[in-house]
Design a protein around this ligand. Structure first.
Ligand SMILES: Cc1ncc(COP(=O)(O)O)c(C=O)c1O
Length: 402
């Protein structure tokens, strides 16, 4: 008989503070009769009654590029979530990484980052910044803090942190890195998409710039692209605000409205998906076809101690290292699944699976894994159904190997 998977969620993941605050801002009094959600204002230009009013800043924005109601409310709410002095919206999660780097780096500077960085961010470092005289040094994924700090040179201007890192989910000691970098005058930018501003608060741990792909859990419905950039220090913020002004990047009012709607229910979705992810990960971990689960939230997994110390929750995204196999077996497993979509982005309501072995070859130090690497995103479906689906996937895997 199949063992019934038990939900097992750390107590801290039921923290209600963010959950209440993200909703309470909508019902705050003193703003008169109004809809709960702000209007979607589609506007390039805003009209004025008099020529004098055109230069009166107290009347709000005069141009759509200054952000209208939904974007302003979303920015305020992201500031609240991130504990930030200011937050900006950009057209993708990738742009949330590239804008602070553009703003804070100059010709001759060097960036230090993980070998397991999100691929398109790595491409930006190589192609765009490399062509402009800004070099990149890599540290091994999941390196010890001292080894990372030893790689800092006179030219290191910025440490780009991604923890857990892409595809292989290595954790870093972010509080220690942030403190040591600040003491040495090295700026820190963290791609915090996995924690979604909820399970980990980079600014509270001394990171200078916290970025995330709003595309993922905040939007939550796989229907838009957006990124956010949050800072605690207004001086760092000024460089970012001016860069955005210079580049002319803003998000559409419709997307801002959808992302704001997503943000209201982020904690509930995130918590529920983590609960299901943990059940699925526990079940997979006990299977003979699986060699290792790459998921810091799982006791015994790499990075679990750091996660348990610093995180108040977990994303529903993790890696599955199969025992041996090849591409054909991985594809057979994926083909047999009926509930997991075959798709790359994550953080939406739907479960997804990708085959990632091929992506690892671009690393300087490709990890030595026991077999094929799959990545699972667990959505809001009933986890028992997902497990039954994976059972068929594993049967197809075994058949492909025999
Ligand atoms: C860690 C991480 N950062 C940033 C991004 C980029 O987000 P977007 O798809 O909105 O550009 C992704 C997308 O997969 C990601 O996984």
């Amino acid at each position: 008989m199949k063992a019934e998977p038990q939900p097992s969620v750390p107590a801290r993941m039921t923290d209600r503070t963010d959950r209440t605050r993200l909703i309470a801002s909508a019902t705050r009094r003193g703003k008169g009769r109004r809809p709960v959600a702000p209007p979607i204002e589609r506007a390039s230009t805003l009209l004025n009654d008099t020529p004098g009013a055109m230069r009166d800043d107290s009347q709000g924005p005069v141009y759509g590029i200054e952000d209208l109601s939904a974007a302003r409310e979303l920015r305020d709410l992201l500031c609240d979530l991130e504990g930030a002095a200011d937050a900006w919206l950009v057209p993708s999660g990738l742009a949330a990484v590239t804008v602070p780097l553009t703003a804070l780096l100059r010709h001759g500077d060097e960036v230090l980052t993980t070998d397991a960085l999100y691929g398109p961010s790595r491409r930006f470092l190589r192609r765009h910044l490399g062509a402009r005289g800004i070099t990149t040094a890599f540290h091994a994924a999941g390196a010890a803090t001292d080894d990372i700090l030893a790689a800092i040179t006179d030219r290191t201007r910025l440490l780009l942190i991604e923890s857990p890192a892409s595809l292989t989910f290595e954790m870093l000691d972010v509080p220690a890195l942030a403190a040591a970098c600040r003491a040495r005058g090295v700026l820190t930018v963290m791609d915090n998409t996995w924690a979604s501003g909820l399970a980990f608060k980079p600014l509270a741990f001394g990171v200078d710039v916290s970025v995330q792909a709003v595309t993922k859990y905040v939007a939550g419905h796989s229907d838009l692209l957006m990124g956010s950039i949050a800072v605690a220090d207004p001086k760092v913020g000024r460089a970012i605000a001016e860069t955005l002004e210079d580049l002319g990047w803003r998000v559409s009012p419709d997307d801002a409205w959808l992302a704001l709607r997503g943000l209201r229910t982020l904690p509930l979705r995130y918590l529920e998906q983590a609960r299901s992810a943990r059940m699925v990960a526990d079940w997979l971990n006990a299977r003979p076809e699986v060699a290792e689960i790459l998921y810091p939230a799982l006791p015994g997994a790499a990075g679990h101690d750091l996660w348990a110390r610093d995180y108040a929750g977990a994303a529903s995204l993790f890696g599955v290292v199969m025992r041996g196999g090849g591409e054909a077996a991985a594809h057979a497993l994926m083909t047999a699944l009926k509930l997991f979509g075959l798709g790359y982005s994550w953080g939406g309501f739907e479960s997804l699976i990708t085959h990632e072995t091929g992506q690892l070859s671009g690393r300087r130090w490709p990890p030595v894994l026991a077999g094929q690497l799959l990545r699972l995103h667990v959505g809001l479906e009933d986890p028992h159904d997902l497990i039954a689906d994976l059972e068929s996937g594993l049967a197809a895997w075994r058949a492909a190997l025999s």
